[in-house]
Write a protein that binds this ligand. Structure first.
Ligand SMILES: CC(C)(COP(=O)(O)OP(=O)(O)OC[C@H]1O[C@@H](n2cnc3c(N)ncnc32)[C@H](O)[C@@H]1OP(=O)(O)O)[C@@H](O)C(=O)NCCC(=O)NCCS
Length: 275
């Protein structure tokens, strides 16, 4: 997603109109601004500490500088500014500034954890970062049926999906490493359901062959489960090929049951999953 721009509106309101302004601004004004083209998100802030002339800040996140420019020249922007002026006039002082977004950095979705598995293999479980992309994509190839990628698979698409995973608040990409080497990863997503609350799905879980049957898969899955619980997930699911007997017994031991049947329909010209 493009980084976009931040449009900051700082406001100082006279104390006897503050409650009225706050209500109107939250319920009427900001929702109207957000309905305009190019706006993605807004945060309303009130100063609690520190030196600042204007105590109310509205931080708008927009797609691009062009989107902001065309909004500011639009009849809608003029109408909204006029409304503000009409209602509050001299009771509110506004300052408008624009910022270019340099980076969007998120806190990791889970804390890292150390564990010892098998015959004294020290592993670290942690969320993946952009730097792990080559190692994770190399492991992903172990998921290919018969060693061949699904029809239509391209590395460029896999790289793009990797970055999408990292930027998606409803997705988790986790890995196990030993001595700085990535030896397994798990990719999971969460989604809302009306009947069962939030559900989770493990899309990929792979351990490098050399490190299998030591408990790495178990630790990775436990790590995913802890993340999923924190996200409010009530059920976790995964899909494996019917012929994958080893993976099936692993998942059964991990508490997964095969009580339901997954049916699938292909839409458009998307890739054909092997299972
Ligand atoms: C499925 C998979 C992730 C399991 O990873 P793993 O690291 O071997 O998993 P574990 O070591 O925790 O458990 C695997 C087996 O080793 C055994 N094991 C676990 N800890 C062990 C230990 N310390 N010493 C010896 N054996 C151990 C378990 O009994 C288990 O046996 P089971 O499958 O018969 O129940 C791995 O085999 C894999 O990458 N497969 C290909 C991808 C795949 O099919 N993924 C499916 C899920 S989407």
């Amino acid at each position: 997603m493009p980084k976009g721009v931040v449009y900051l509106v700082r406001t100082e309101v006279v104390p006897d109109r503050e409650a009225e302004w706050d209500h109107w601004h939250r319920e009427v004004h900001v929702p109207e601004v957000l309905a305009e083209r190019g706006f993605r998100h807004a945060r309303r802030l009130r100063l609690v500490d520190g030196e600042e002339t204007h105590r109310y800040w509205t931080v708008y996140d927009l797609e691009s500088a062009e989107a902001l420019q065309s909004y500011r020249q639009s009849p809608a922007a003029m109408r909204l500014a006029a409304q503000h002026d009409q209602k509050f006039g001299k009771a509110a002082d506004l300052r408008r500034t624009t910022f270019e977004v340099l980076d969007d950095l998120r806190a990791p979705v889970a804390p890292s954890e150390a564990a010892v598995v098998g015959d004294d293999v020290h592993i670290l479980l942690r969320p993946a970062t952009t730097a792990d992309e080559p190692a994770v994509l190399a492991l992903l190839e172990l998921q290919f049926e018969g060693g061949s990628p699904p029809t239509g698979f391209t590395e460029a698409q896999a790289r793009a999906s990797y970055r999408q995973f990292l930027g998606d608040p409803d997705a988790g990409l986790f890995l196990a490493e030993t001595g700085g080497r990535v030896i397994g990863f798990a990719a999971a997503t969460t989604y809302p359901t009306m009947r069962f609350g939030r559900r989770g799905h493990v899309e990929d879980l792979v351990v490098e062959e050399k490190f299998r049957t030591k408990g790495v898969g178990h630790r990775l899955l436990e790590y995913v489960e802890r993340w999923a619980r924190r996200e409010g997930v009530t059920h976790l699911s995964t899909v494996i090929g019917l012929h994958r007997e080893a993976s099936r017994s692993f998942l059964t031991r991990e508490g997964f049951s095969d009580a339901s049947l997954t049916l699938r329909k292909r839409l458009g010209s998307g890739l054909v999953p092997p299972v």
